[in-house]
Design a protein around this ligand. Structure first.
Ligand code: 4AD
Ligand code: MG
Length: 431
């Protein structure tokens, strides 16, 4: 008999097949038991009918508890009422294990309980859908980069110094060096990569000892950093827009089912596939002030302002040219107004906020060096980075996409902790 996966069930209409999986749920009435069987790819109602399978197998079915593991053989039968359009008439069943009482039941559970049981919570329909969307988003990003000539360039995780300022570094003991730091972003290394390969990206876990307890902060999150030689600020934003719209279309194509399970407003997501506007930091401050915020020119944006700024927008937009004091040392200064950095944050709509940070990079040796001095950085430690401005410096730009933020916005989850298998936050290191 053919072992199949439920996602391809329609190919086996009328055939007898074998499915291996878990029992999500069960109900019975007299001579008939209905088992909701899931195999990771999808779910189906499997019907155990006493006259078909005999007393012995029927009794086995009665023992099944939620999450018990089974091998079920059955005949695929069309059923209009079923979500997948099919049911399975059981012909045989083998029980692999009868599960103990599953801690996560249908009732509402508190979030601490769910996070303590994350290893089991992952099986729920919602979490299964989020994991599938994560898979698609990851793949779509790589696909876009591959189609557009980027080389994958794996930057290190253990690093001797900071990329995004020293306040959020995780320090680990490191032999004779004393300490190493977990990477906050591979960007500085990618800048070395473009001088060899032109366009590069990395994609992996990054770490920030963030004290922020918002719905958008993790201490370990995944970032895709892209970096491009001969690309300036405006073009950099255009490429980000292209990438994000590519990802939206990809998810809409692959994950309609999952978006529905998550009750995502799909019309809203479709609206986001439109040209992205650009506003300046100064304009942003004026908009926020007009909406009643106390924010002043020179302040960074907090979670509250991000919500306020985006509550009436449908399409992501860029906020460009921030005061250099609140942005990173490596950003190129605007030659028309050297108090500003040639950078942009991409802000997702619907009260979400920042999903990408990017900029053109300072390519002048002396300007960069004095910027680093202003930030009290130890020049010697970054000499390798400065070297890039000595040996064939070129205009270049890049950006970093926060994977969980992108997934969080696209799937409409309240907190991005659900967008990663095992979230790490200030108060959460287990399981
Ligand atoms: O804006 P950030 O700090 O930019 C950088 O790290 C640059 N070096 C990237 C680059 O130019 N290559 O971080 C980039 C993105 C943010 O826009 C956000 O989406 C995400 O990473 N991010 C976080 N996601 C979850 N939890 C956190 N604590 C995050 N901090 C940043
Ligand atoms: Mg940022």
């Amino acid at each position: 008999m053919r072992k199949i996966y439920l996602k391809e069930i329609e190919k086996y209409d009328g055939k007898e097949v074998l499915v291996e999986g878990w029992i999500r749920n069960k109900r019975s009435s007299g001579k008939i038991q209905f088992l909701i069987l899931r195999d990771g790819t999808d779910e189906i109602q499997a019907v155990a009918f006493l006259p078909n399978i005999g007393e012995e197998k029927f009794k086995l079915c009665e023992q099944l508890t939620m999450e018990s593991s089974v091998k079920i053989s059955g005949t695929v039968r069309p059923d209009k009422r079923a979500p997948s359009g099919y049911e399975l008439d059981i012909t045989d069943i083998e029980i692999l294990q009868i599960a103990d009482e599953f801690p996560i039941q249908k009732k509402e559970h508190g979030v601490t309980f769910l996070l303590d049981n994350r290893h089991l919570w992952l099986r729920s329909r919602r979490q299964n859908s989020l994991l599938k969307i994560r898979h698609t988003v990851y793949y779509a990003i790589c696909e876009y980069l591959n189609q557009n000539g980027f080389y994958r360039f794996d930057s290190p995780i253990l690093t001797p110094n900071a990329c995004e300022g020293t306040t959020t570094l995780f320090e680990v003991p490191y032999f004779d060096e004393g300490s190493a730091f977990l990477s906050q972003s591979g960007q500085l290394y990618l800048e070395t990569g473009i001088m060899s390969l032109g366009k590069v990206y990395d994609f992996g876990p990054t770490f920030r000892a963030e004290k922020s307890k918002t719905r958008k902060h993790l201490t370990e999150f995944w970032m895709m950093d892209a970096e491009m030689a001969f690309v300036e600020h405006k073009k950099n934003m255009k490429i980000q827009e292209d990438l994000i719209r590519f990802v939206i279309r990809y998810v809409l194509e692959k994950n309609m089912n999952e978006l529905e399970i998550l009750e995502r407003d799909i019309a809203q997501l479709k609206k986001a596939d439109a040209p992205f506007k650009i506003i300046t930091y100064k304009e942003m401050i004026e908009i926020l002030q007009a909406k009643g915020s106390k924010i002043k020119y020179g302040d960074d944006m907090g979670a509250q302002e991000e919500e306020m700024l985006t509550d009436d927008s449908d399409v992501p937009f860029f906020v460009e040219k921030w005061p250099k004091e609140i942005k990173a040392f490596y950003m190129k200064l605007d030659r028309e107004n050297p108090d500003l950095s040639l950078c942009a944050d991409l802000i997702a709509p619907e009260k979400f906020g920042e999903i990408i940070g990017g900029s053109e990079r300072e390519d002048d040796y002396d300007v960069l060096k004095s910027r680093m001095a202003e930030e009290n950085m130890t020049i010697k430690e970054y000499q390798w980075y400065l070297d890039l401005r000595k040996y064939g410096s070129v205009p270049h730009s890049g950006f970093g996409v926060g994977l969980e933020r992108l997934i969080g916005w696209m799937s409409g989850v309240k907190h991005i902790r659900e967008a990663i298998p095992f979230p790490r936050m200030i108060n959460r290191l287990t399981p």
